[in-house]
Design a protein. Structure first.
Lengths: 260, 413
């Protein structure tokens, strides 16, 4: 598996798109910092960008990589290598190279700007952790979609639809259900509903840092416990980890049974 | 007849001599003639100074009934042993300086205080340290005095059995300055007290309000710091208040505010700093207030308007990174917003005059939604919310459409 991972990883590292992605974050980070002249404001803007953009790139890249390397995969399958190592290796190769582009691309401008001397370092660390989680989750979901769909066009559309659903539609439905059932106690429901969407989860992690003062304005014991203590952070991290583990397990299961 | 006149003259002379006689100093210490403060006060003449040496004095219900200066040397401890009130001042021109008073008795029927001033003028209470108290310094129907440079450290646990740090009741023309008040119920409490100057105080970690006043007009508050109080600062039913250069910080909680304004008219709130409060300013039924030069930084809500607020002017403030800059619960607006700097402003300035070319709408649709259904706060900063906020910005339906800052600043003040 490590060999496959290494191969995929270096293959991607050499590819043009990884550089474009890296340069994009490098550019975004520097522009934000040198225009704003304010670390905390730059972190806030980046958080908004990351919760939307990282999932999009993760899904598209994952699906694209799977379809592009299909011939190579079939070649590998003819060799005496475990199937799970082929697919998990490829998945980790994509996810890790994307995460690395993100971490390096954002890390360099912030480090140059003097991140280590400021107290924004925890917020920034949280930003990178959420970004990495989102990459891992959405690349895994993309691999799942690709494994289930032989048809490239279908696979791509499902991938984009998945992103659109998680990023926008889910929250719309969520908001509508909250407004429709506003006369019922909704705190447990609303916290529960965020657990089913990794983008919402990472958003909550960010809110816990940035908007804690506004969140504490709402009177509700469940909210108070969730947002007011370390409990919320813990639950969100656990849920995000589950979101990584479950799709990866499914890749493992599906790849063992799939006909090529 | 002559003899009688002589007698009167003699009497007058003795009186005069007495009055002009150099005030005596009476010393209180364990081995002195007077071993307790109450004894010394009984023995003292009006105008005397009582010097209390370092030591512990277990006394309570000390009544100061003549103009005296009571001075502590190296902070002598007056220990009330939780039995009741400690010092009661019932005479004009009393000075209390440099005492360390502990263990004030808790009572549910009378407000025991460490130092209570009753119907007296020209009092001065300074350099006093109070610990383990019920009420701290209680000024009752007393005018023209000064409470200066005291330290009140409470250990309040519950609101129902704790008292206030510095309380003024029906008092006028009092200066409360340079005090430190911590961990009591209300740090500084005023009721029916006019023309009070409150400055340079630090009121932190109190159970309820850092500063609380009602029915007190023409008061001035400057350079105070209110931090991490249970519910921030509450200002109610008062007129012509001036609040300048104060700091309101980290008042977090479901009912916590930087300042809560209720029925406040003709006030001026200038150059204050509001940082990381759940609600920086909560306004209800308050008219003709000028807010200018304030910094609102990283608050949940910078200004939350609950209704019946007319003719207020909000100008030249900095609104920086608040979750919500402004929340309104109605479609009606009679307040003026101008020349503010909004960090959320996304407009441009083509003519380079430092003023944005498009107006800024501080009320977002999302704040309206959160008012209706509070649980939706969990969707904050979601892309979907940004989209609906944008569409509301383009054509306001739910938020007041005349509420806008026509001259938003491009750079912060």
């Amino acid at each position: 598996m490590l060999k496959i991972l290494k191969y995929s990883f270096f293959d991607l590292i050499r590819s043009r798109w990884s550089y474009v992605y890296l340069l994009f974050y490098l550019g975004l980070g520097s522009v934000l910092l040198f225009l704003n002249n304010d670390l905390s404001k730059a972190v806030i803007t980046l958080m908004n960008v990351i919760t939307i953009l990282v999932p999009l790139i993760g899904t598209i890249f994952g699906v694209m990589y799977y379809y592009n390397s299909k011939e190579f995969t079939e070649l590998l399958l003819a060799q005496p290598i475990k199937r799970s190592s082929i697919f998990i290796g490829q998945y980790l190769g994509v996810a890790l190279s994307l995460s690395m582009s993100l971490i390096i691309g954002l890390g360099i401008p912030f480090a140059l700007y003097g991140l280590f001397q400021s107290d924004e370092i925890w917020d920034f660390g949280l930003l990178l952790v959420t970004g990495t989680f989102l990459t891992l989750i959405f690349t895994a979901l993309a691999f799942n979609i690709a494994l289930y769909n032989e048809n490239k066009i279908k696979g791509f559309s499902y991938a984009i639809l998945l992103w659109l659903f998680m990023a926008v539609i889910y929250d719309g439905l969520f908001l509508m259900s909250l407004v429709a059932f506003q006369s019922y106690p909704l705190d447990s429901f609303s916290i529960g509903a965020t657990m089913f969407n990794p983008i919402d989860l990472s958003r909550i992690l960010i809110l816990l840092k940035l908007d804690i003062s506004a969140l504490l304005g709402y009177t509700g014991a469940v909210f108070q416990k969730f947002f007011g203590t370390g409990f919320g952070l813990l639950i969100s991290i656990v849920a995000l980890s589950l979101w990584v583990v479950l799709p990866v397990l499914n890749i493992y299961r599906k790849s063992r049974k799939k006909d090529f | 007849m002559n003899y009688r006149n002589l007698h009167i003259i003699f009497l007058l002379i003795t009186l005069l001599v007495n009055a002009f006689a150099k005030a005596e100093t009476i010393t209180v210490c364990a081995s002195c003639q007077h071993t307790s403060l109450s004894n010394a006060i009984t023995a003292a003449q009006a105008g005397d100074t009582i010097l209390v040496k370092k030591g512990t004095y277990k006394e309570y219900n000390i009544v100061v009934d003549k103009p005296l200066t009571i001075k502590g040397e190296n902070f002598p401890i007056i220990d009330g042993e939780d039995k009741g009130e400690i010092i009661r001042i019932v005479s004009d021109n009393v000075t209390i300086d440099g005492l360390f008073i502990i263990n004030v008795g808790t009572s549910y029927t009378s407000d025991h205080a460490a130092i209570r001033v009753v119907r007296s003028e020209h009092f001065l209470i300074q350099n006093v340290v109070l610990e383990k108290l019920f009420f701290g310094i209680y000024i009752e129907k007393s005018n023209n005095g000064k409470v200066y440079h005291n330290k009140v450290i409470g250990d309040a646990q519950d609101e129902y059995n704790s008292g206030n740090g510095i309380q003024l009741w029906y008092s006028k023309n009092v200066e409360v300055s340079n005090n430190i008040v911590q961990k009591v119920r209300d740090g500084i409490y005023l009721e029916f007290s006019d023309d009070i100057l409150i400055k340079d105080n630090v009121s932190t970690n109190n159970l309820r309000y850092g500063l609380h006043f009602m029915f007190s007009n023409d008061d001035v508050y400057t350079n105070n710091t209110f931090e991490n109080n249970g519910a921030g600062v509450a200002v109610m039913f008062s007129k012509r208040i001036k609040m300048f250069n104060n700091t309101f910080k980290k008042n977090w909680g479901t009912a916590a505010f930087g300042i809560l304004l209720k029925e406040i008219n003709d006030a001026e709130i200038k150059d204050n700093l509001f940082e990381e409060n759940t609600v920086a300013i909560n306004i209800e039924g308050s008219n003709r207030i000028v807010y200018s030069g304030n910094d609102f930084i990283r608050n949940g809500y910078a200004i939350k308007v609950l209704g019946a607020c007319y003719n207020n002017t909000i100008e030249k403030n900095n609104f920086l990174y608040n979750s919500f800059d402004l929340s309104y619960n109605s479609k009606l607006n009679d307040n003026v917003f101008r020349d503010n700097y909004w960090s959320n402003y996304t407009g441009y300035d083509l003519d380079k005059d430092g003023v944005g070319d498009v107006p800024f709408r501080p009320v977002k649709l999302f704040s309206y939604v959160v008012n209706k259904t509070p649980e939706t706060i969990i969707l904050m900063r979601s892309l979907f919310i940004d989209i609906i906020d944008f569409s509301e910005k383009v054509s306001p339906v739910f938020t007041p459409d005349n509420l806008q800052d026509l001259t938003p600043k491009m750079t912060r003040y």
